[in-house]
Design a protein around this ligand. Structure first.
Ligand SMILES: NC(=O)c1ccc[n+]([C@@H]2O[C@H](COP(=O)([O-])OP(=O)(O)OC[C@H]3O[C@@H](n4cnc5c(N)ncnc54)[C@H](OP(=O)(O)O)[C@@H]3O)[C@@H](O)[C@H]2O)c1
Length: 416
């Protein structure tokens, strides 16, 4: 069987889209590049008072970072309406909810976005303005430091806190480094240039066992962020590492509803997670803007309840759908074979680099739990993984059974 035939056999079709949904937790969505990256259009600027940029030159001598007490920066003493929060990745699945939550809490939010945003750039500027209602929307390019800085300069405001929900939409090797590392670093540099004293990073729990390029890119940025706080005692960070999102687990709901089987790898117990909803995660991230307990910490976080394996998720789904359980168990070795072939081919055809990476991503999420990992015992722990929020996977499944997956789209997968 040729490589493409192997891949085609697990490429989603009407009858096999379960594979796509099973494997597609974070990634492969192709996006459209912004055709005019120099377009910087500050819109809808809030009338809330903003700090004088001269404040930037103030260096407050204080205790070293990584101490229990918050760094002595002034923004924590201000009311939310006077705190300027720059959000990058504002148009993403989580970023959009983070903007809503920060606006709800009364912060003065500056949302950076592209002129064409969303999956494959399907959303226009007007769409973005509607979705980011209540925020000051600034169309810019986070991948170019100079442009981003000029956008902020043009806005004429200082920044207190940066929240990054940026992520590669493809999960490809180069794009991961470009977004999860470089663009996120640009946001840190630009934010700091305009006064930011705190950086909240949306990362992922899976970086604790890094085998994939996007995890390495995220870890490199995390390390540099932590170093920044160690060297500048007026600056702090909160690194949020969530478990699985609901969207990553909802892909088989409608298929089961339609009487199709639930597809899982191995015995369905190879991995487990404590899924968290977008609003709950957005609330946790918004807490990080001001909460002293979350300063200079790496914060793994899951949703409420115990961890669930794919088998348990499937059983829950059949029960809710009122159907007799019907599972298809796929040997994980199939993926190892595909990855082996692709890895071999990459040596001959380097353009297959991303295809090989997507195979590894699929393999990773089919077998690794999204829970706290102990590298010594090499075990994942449900009990050690903190919970937050109130939305349960069961309620999410019920909702999708009734209303469908609207708003939970994973986008077009490049391979799976
Ligand atoms: N899925 C899960 O179960 C899971 C679990 C734990 C952690 N995570 C992590 O959570 C993070 C966020 O996930 P998400 O689902 O919210 O991501 P997402 O929906 O794919 O959003 C990505 C954001 O980054 C922006 N972006 C991507 N490429 C860009 C580019 N070239 N230029 C400018 N902006 C760009 C997107 O802007 P556009 O709208 O303009 O494309 C969007 O705002 C990721 O780091 C992921 O690893 C995911």
């Amino acid at each position: 069987m040729s490589t493409s035939a192997i891949l085609c056999s697990i490429r989603p079709t009407s009858s096999s889209s379960t594979f796509k949904n099973l494997l597609s937790s974070h990634y492969p969505n192709k996006i459209q590049t912004n055709s005019s990256p120099f377009s910087i259009i500050p819109l809808n600027l809030s009338k809330s008072p903003v700090s004088n940029r001269k404040r930037l030159n103030l260096v407050t001598a204080s205790a070293p970072a990584a101490l229990e007490s918050p760094p002595k920066s002034s923004f924590r003493d201000k009311p939310p309406k006077d705190i300027n929060v720059l959000v990058v990745g504002s148009t993403g699945y989580i970023g959009n909810f983070v903007v809503k939550e920060l606006v709800k809490r009364g912060f003065n939010v500056i949302a950076i976005c592209r002129e064409k945003s969303g999956i494959r750039g399907k959303n226009s500027k007007e769409d973005a303005l509607n979705r980011l209602n209540g925020a000051n929307v600034c169309f810019s390019d986070v991948t170019q430091l100079e442009i981003l800085q000029r956008s902020l300069e043009n806005l004429g405001v200082s920044i207190d806190v940066v929240v990054s929900c940026l992520a590669s939409r493809t999960g490809g090797v180069k794009d991961s480094w470009k977004i999860d590392y470089e663009a996120t670093k640009n946001s840190l540099l630009a934010g700091k240039k305009f006064g930011a004293k705190h950086f909240v990073l949306l990362s992922a729990i899976c970086v604790q066992k890094p085998l994939l390029e996007f995890q390495r890119a995220k870890l490199k940025f995390e390390a540099e962020l932590i170093k920044e706080a160690e060297e500048d005692d007026t600056f702090s960070y909160s690194i949020v590492r969530p478990t699985a999102f609901f969207k990553s687990l909802g892909g088989q709901v409608e298929l089961v509803k339609d009487g199709k089987p639930y597809v899982m790898f191995g015995d369905g117990k190879l991995c487990a997670c404590k899924p968290i909803s977008e609003p709950d995660l957005a609330s946790f991230i918004a807490d990080c803007v001001l909460k002293p307990d979350n300063i200079n910490k790496i914060l793994p976080i899951g949703g409420p309840g115990k961890a669930l394996t794919p088998l348990e998720q499937g059983e829950m789904l059949f029960k809710l759908a009122g159907k007799k359980p019907n599972f298809i168990k796929v040997p994980i070795e199939i993926m190892d074979f595909v990855i082996g072939v692709l890895d071999f081919l990459v040596n001959i055809f380097p353009p297959l680099e991303d295809a090989a990476e997507f195979g590894k991503i699929g393999r990773y999420y089919a077998a690794e739990s999204m829970l706290i990992y102990d590298p010594e015992t090499k075990r994942y722990s449900d009990e050690d993984t903190p919970s937050y929020g109130k939305d349960t996977l069961e309620d999410f499944f019920k909702k999708v059974l009734e209303e469908g997956m609207a708003g939970q789209e994973l986008g077009e997968q490049t391979f799976f």
